[in-house]
Design a protein around this ligand. Structure first.
Ligand SMILES: *[C@@H]1O[C@H](CO)[C@@H](O)[C@H](O)[C@H]1NC(C)=O
Ligand SMILES: *[C@@H]1O[C@H](CO)[C@@H](O)[C@H](O)[C@H]1NC(C)=O
Ligand SMILES: *[C@@H]1O[C@H](CO)[C@@H](O)[C@H](O)[C@H]1NC(C)=O
Ligand SMILES: *[C@@H]1O[C@H](CO)[C@@H](O)[C@H](O)[C@H]1NC(C)=O
Length: 471
């Protein structure tokens, strides 16, 4: 410390040193804590691999002593240490296992340059919120198992995650990428609907530095492409992308969820079980690890927060998707009475009942609200806007960020229900039900077909996991 420094400066410097030391200690104790747990650690590649791995010595070297406050870099290690304590209840170890701390530290280590650059850049796809979320959850599992730091690449015209969410544990903001790296992963490829099969997007070596970037395209319009399942079901993810497993940036576009099936992948199932997280919790745990509703989203959730937070009431969530055309068309008549059976079978004597109703059709919301004014909750104030506005409601594209946020708020509110009725060929309600912390009694309905909702007639998670966009 300089002798000419005024006493105040020296005190400030002590405070800074103390803060850095505290962050370091917190980090080391977390690392020790995770290491001492009797669970299998992340695979060697996940720890950064080889000599450059984040040994405490390497970490100490990098934390430089600050000369002045402006000199302190936004240090990702400090960031991880600070954030690790937050959001703890939704991803408790009891339900979500032991990978979160290890991964947050490892992520920060890669970002700070203490481990070799191994990233997965999740490239946003032109899909609704649910498809984007399930795609990202699969990417997160790929990132965990292949030892890569997950970040989100901004794509022109599509809402960034930060529009609706804060990041509680990792810095998921990717630096901007060259357009040539993102362009081949667009859904409308060079003006045509080029989404066909798994991995049919290549980089041209003339346009992209392929020793640095390699694309993975895990996208399909509706039904499963067997290759999409094979990637998560049969493949050793540490060998992917095939022939390019060591490329620094895997550029990964996906609209399909394959986390549940991953627990059957013989290359990884032992490790996944050792982490202590069940297949049915992977999406919920991964979601809350990556995303926390930001202030604006919380504000959008506020109106429903009190009723849907009630623990004394029986809450039944019902999602009816009228179809993509309903975003600007009038609703079909649908009869919700059949879902009364759930209420009859599950309600305790005298227990209050809430139906939380969501639909892409405003007319249907209004109809439902008018028919059950006492027990049915729904937001019938404005026309829902599909996040993929270019395809479904072009004139609403100006409000696409607000739509993204509104969808996020509705998804999280829907997840608070105890029982769920969801439209089978739609990912939104299904995802909300999987995000629920309850037993996940899900009744899938094909459009407005009738079905019985008896006590034991809910659908198996195993079947639901592979239907439509998947989980
Ligand atoms: C997160 O990473 C981005 C891109 O590297 C960087 O610009 C930003 O400052 C980082 N944020 C924090 C809080 O460290
Ligand atoms: C991408 O590359 C693979 C292997 O080099 C090739 O078989 C395939 O035809 C290419 N696909 C496209 C769409 O160019
Ligand atoms: C939306 O409404 C416009 C005008 O009524 C119509 O031309 C268009 O086909 C509709 N779009 C959908 C997806 O139904
Ligand atoms: C919904 O039900 C009505 C009346 O039964 C029927 O006319 C309509 O075709 C159904 N719509 C779908 C999408 O199944």
């Amino acid at each position: 410390m300089s002798e000419t420094a005024p006493p105040g400066a020296s005190k400030a410097r002590h405070t800074q040193l103390f803060a850095v030391a505290a962050a370091l200690l917190a980090l080391l104790s977390l690392a020790r804590h995770s290491a001492s747990r009797n669970s299998r650690p992340l695979p060697p590649s996940v720890r950064g691999g080889g000599a450059a791995a984040a040994t405490p010595a390497a970490v100490t070297l990098r934390l430089r002593l600050p000369g002045s406050p402006s000199d302190i870099p936004p240090d990702p290690l400090t960031y991880a240490a600070r954030r690790l304590g937050e959001n703890a209840d939704s991803i408790s170890e009891a339900a979500c296992g032991t990978w979160q701390r290890d991964y947050a530290v490892q992520h920060a280590t890669v970002l700070s340059g203490h481990a070799p650059p191994r990233f997965v850049a999740s490239v946003a796809v032109q899909s609704g919120l649910a498809d984007r979320v399930v795609g990202v959850m699969s990417q997160l599992m790929y990132a965990l198992l292949s030892g890569r730091a997950l970040q989100f690449a901004s794509v022109d015209g599509l809402p960034d995650w930060a529009v609706a969410f804060d990041s509680p544990h990792i810095n998921w903001t990717a630096p901007p990428f060259p357009e040539a790296v993102l362009e081949p992963l667009r859904n409308r490829y060079k003006g045509v609907d080029g989404y066909r099969h798994f991995g049919d997007r290549n980089y041209s070596a003339a346009e992209v530095h392929t020793a640095l970037y390699w694309p993975v395209y895990h996208f399909f319009l509706v039904r499963s492409d067997p290759a999409i399942d094979a990637f998560f079901w049969d493949t050793d993810l540490t060998t992917q992308p095939h022939g390019h497993a060591d490329v620094p940036y895997v550029m990964f576009a996906s609209n399909r969820g394959r986390t549940y099936r991953l627990w059957e992948n013989w290359h990884h199932r032992d490790a996944l079980r050792q982490w202590g997280m069940h297949a049915s919790d992977a999406v919920r745990c991964g979601f809350h690890f990556l995303f926390r509703p930001n202030q604006a989203t919380q504000a959008a959730m506020a109106a429903m927060a009190t009723p849907m937070g009630r623990t004394d009431a029986l809450k039944i969530g019902i999602q009816i998707r009228a179809g993509d055309t309903a975003f600007n068309a009038s609703a079909e008549v649908s009869d919700l009475r059949q879902y009364q059976e759930i209420e009859k079978q599950r309600r305790a004597p005298g227990q209050p009942v809430i139906w939380y109703f969501i639909s892409d059709s405003l007319a249907l919301r209004r109809q439902a609200a008018a028919r059950w004014p006492k027990k049915l909750l729904t937001d019938a104030s404005s026309q829902p806007v599909h996040v993929d506005c270019k395809r479904f409601n072009r004139e609403a594209c100006g409000g696409v960020d607000a739509a993204f946020r509104a969808a996020a708020a509705e998804l999280l509110t829907f997840s608070k229900a105890d029982y769920h009725v969801v439209t089978q060929d739609s990912g939104f309600g299904m995802l909300g039900a999987w995000l629920s912390e309850g037993e996940r009694r899900i009744y899938a309905v094909y459009r407005n077909a009738s079905r019985s909702c008896g006590r034991f007639e809910y659908d198996s998670l195993d079947t639901l996991a592979s239907s439509w966009a998947g989980i």
